[in-house]
Design a protein around this ligand. Sequence first.
Ligand SMILES: [Fe+2]
Length: 373
Amino acid sequence: MQKLLFLLLLSTTAIVVAQEKQKIAFGPYIQQMGTKDATICWSTLESTPTITDQEGNVKTIGEYKHHKIHLGELEPNTTYNYDVLNDGSDEGKGTLTTYPDEAIPFNFAVTGDSRNRHDVHAKIVAKIMETNPRFIINSGDLVANGRSISDWEAFFEVNKEFMKNTPYYPVLGNHEKDSPYYYDLFDLPNNEKYYYFTVGDALFIVLDSEGKQISQPEFVSDKNSDAFWRDAFSEYFTTQKKWLEQVLELNKEAGFVFIFQHKPLYSAMKNRMAEAEETRKFWGDIFERHKVQVFLNGHDHHYHRATKNGVHYITSAGAGAPLYDIEVELPETKKSSKIEHFVNVQINKKNAFLYVTDINGNEIETIEIKRRK
Ligand SMILES: [Fe+2]
């Protein structure tokens, strides 16, 4: 069913004049989605202050205003057209489709480490759009430098046509640098660092492998550096772990469980294997115990799948960052490829298929998972 949704604008002269001056810099784009509600965001460029260094070099800084509307009382699994500007132009227009309130087939997309090769990123996004997913999750490092607004401008430009119709869920990567831009631009559940949402009876949990960005204080030396960082992050990650247990327990009837974070639990890169092992130790048997089917991450710029005790650990980080070699074949490695790619996941009644596809549309592998009991 197609419904036309009109977003009301106040009709005072002052507001109309302001609207005419507005230029959308980001969006509009779909964020949080539910069965009866949705959030649409967009940003406008308000002014362009400058900053000048000692040599007289002038840099222009955009000052943006971030807009957000929450729509309620929508119908489940229903498509609406929206127009956030309502000014007769196409600039503020898009389409959203609410999530179903029952377990019906749907598909979603996974990509990661889009970073700085925008031509590769654009090609991957175009391929993903052909699969018409309900939503997309980016496994982190969306941009090369989260604290550079021009990086976000490039990211939103590549995704403009896609994001105006499709919810986009990011995962915090190290390159996001815990930037205020990230929290300004995205509207996510919970604390926006780690969160979950459901579609039908499938559960999607996004974890934060990065923690807060803090500088190393001067009193920390090489000798006590490891201990300092362990203590600094201990409470944050322990709290997150408790939260994860609660979410998994709360949703124990879910038919499918997908978990996302930026850093891998199984790394095929020599200098990252030790950290991956530490991360595995931290999470312990939580994923196996709760019968999580798939854990997806980014960070290592290639495709890699390890499987252990029924859980698939998939590295999908091939959407624009420079590719890395597969340096190691682990005992748990089932498939690996140094290739630009994305994953399309088709959820059915009794099973799901993960179609791992390269940038040209060729199959890398297809994985079947069964619905949980
Ligand atoms: Fe990374």
